[in-house]
Design a protein around this ligand. Sequence first.
Ligand code: IDP
Ligand code: MG
Length: 158
Amino acid sequence: MKPIEEKTLIIIKPDALNRSLVGEIIHRFERKGLKLVGIKMVQLTDEILKEHYAHLADKPFFPRIAKFMKSWPVIVMVVEGLEAVESVRLITGDTLGRKADAGTIRGDFSMSVQANIVHASDSVENAEKEVKRFFKDDELFSWDRVGLEVIYAEDERE
Ligand code: IDP
Ligand code: MG
């Protein structure tokens, strides 16, 4: 895999869906220059949420997040690019929406810690696991972008 094919998982959470922000969120990642390689709407289940939020399973707020995340469908998507995991986390902003930097998705659209619009993988290792958790190989697309040379310099594309 070339460095510009680093993949990361984004979940557009139920608050964004209910607030008609889905297009806005996709637009932000698209305009950045990240390449969309997979996208679908899914209904999360307790089973997948226990796995996905395993690091929070012992927290008192876990049942509330699980209920929230499965009360409506979500959009899952995979984008790729050079250092995509870090770049997407920067665009996403801090977990607590009301204190996240203005200009980030959470900083611009969220007042909450639970209803914070998007999930984004937090490391390259977790991104690999999360992409596999939500997408089969044939649901991810490898396509050549027209105009890649205006997104990356020559040495960044090698
Ligand atoms: P992240 O989404 O910024 O990576 P994590 O610590 O991985 O943050 O937490 C996953 C999700 O769990 C958060 O996005 C948020 O929706 C929820 N969460 C995290 N901490 C709290 C909390 O203290 N109260 C309620 N929900 C929380
Ligand atoms: Mg996290």
